[in-house]
Design a binder for this molecule. Structure first.
Ligand code: ADP
Ligand code: MG
Length: 316
């Protein structure tokens, strides 16, 4: 079998590529194009992400983890739009076609894609340094997408979950830092297995003025909202939510990591003060931690209690 045919057959036979029971997917993997019917009353949102070995994840990582994380980080953009995951395409560049590596990579992708109804409908395969590009697509009602440009002065600023774990995990996943087995297990997962806040995004889109997922660090990503909305923001460093694990490991810099560290894929959103009760109800129902960390102001960007430089993950 030609090596690219082998690759296609591995993906095509995966449960995440099974179109049965899907009225919206008219044609999946195997033809020149995939064919999709967007459900009535819905619009299509889509987003693309590329991951390069050695740049976005370490060399020789477990393909199962790479597959899972590729889907998780990409799907997180759908969460930030309050969209329901629908289907994705995969452009895979790899140095050689190792069937075992591919099967594990596909399994890792399917582990997340299948339960959230994200169907693999096609892709492209080429030879070269390991590079993974996913385009994810979701459905959302036309009038309900929270935009980065719609934050309003006086809005509360919220973040879901806890922040900083993934950034703290980087030297652990690269093998630069040796830690106890227990700490390793926790932080390894926090880097490799982020939880895209899909349900929360769908529920919160009705009350949020603006929303995004935090990939490059709260300080940096929140500035995407303030710039697009032409407003400012004040954050309280002490209000940033951090995990007990991070606090006990790095009590002195946990909050700074929460402010500047990337890769957590939690949601940051702004909402009017009148929505406080509703937000509490939504997040309690979902058993999801959600912290009020600041306020949208007319101008400026201040972090009360923080003296350092405001930077996050810099691409290139
Ligand atoms: P073409 O030459 O028409 O572009 P290809 O030979 O590249 O088609 O691909 C044939 C089929 O296999 C297409 O349906 C394509 O979407 C699918 N495919 C190729 N590579 C991948 C991949 N990495 N993941 C999923 N589907 C793939
Ligand atoms: Mg063709």
């Amino acid at each position: 079998m030609h090596e690219f045919e082998l690759i296609r057959s591995i993906f095509q036979s995966s449960m995440m590529a099974n179109t049965q029971g899907r009225n919206d997917i008219l044609l999946g993997i195997g033809d020149d194009c995939a064919q999709v019917k967007v459900p009535d009353g819905q619009t299509l949102v889509f987003s693309m992400d590329t991951m390069v070995e050695g740049r976005h994840f370490p060399f020789d990582a477990d393909p199962l983890d790479i597959g899972y994380r590729a889907v998780a980080t990409c799907v997180s953009d759908l969460a930030a739009m309050g969209a329901k995951p629908a289907f994705f395409t995969l452009a895979l560049t790899m140095p050689d076609s190792d069937p075992q590596w591919l099967a594990a990579f596909a399994e890792g992708m399917a582990e997340l894609a299948e339960p959230i109804g994200l169907l693999l409908v096609g892709g492209d395969t080429t030879k070269g340094p390991l590079t993974i590009t996913l385009q994810v697509h979701g459905y959302v009602e036309q009038d309900h997408t929270p935009r980065r440009s719609q934050a309003q002065v006086g809005d509360d600023i919220y973040v879901t979950g806890t922040l900083g774990d993934a950034a703290a995990a980087v030297p652990i996943v690269t093998g630069e830092l040796q830690v106890s087995a227990e700490r390793f297990d926790y932080f390894y997962d926090r880097f490799w297995r982020p939880s895209p806040r899909l349900i929360a995004g769908m529920a919160l889109k009705r009350v949020a003025h603006s929303m995004l997922d935090i990939s490059d660090g709260l300080a940096q990503d929140l500035q995407h909202i303030t710039k697009a909305s032409n407003v400012g923001a004040t954050l309280q460093l002490s209000a940033l939510p951090v995990s007990e694990e991070l606090l006990s490991w790095k009590p002195d810099c946990a909050q700074t990591l929460a402010l500047t560290g990337g890769d957590d894929y939690e949601l940051c959103f702004t909402a009017p003060k009148s929505a406080r009760e509703e937000i509490q109800l939504i997040t309690q129902t979902l058993h999801l931690a959600c912290a009020r960390v600041g306020e949208i102001t007319a101008s400026g960007f201040d972090v009360e209690g923080y003296q350092g430089e405001l930077s996050g993950w810099q691409h290139f």
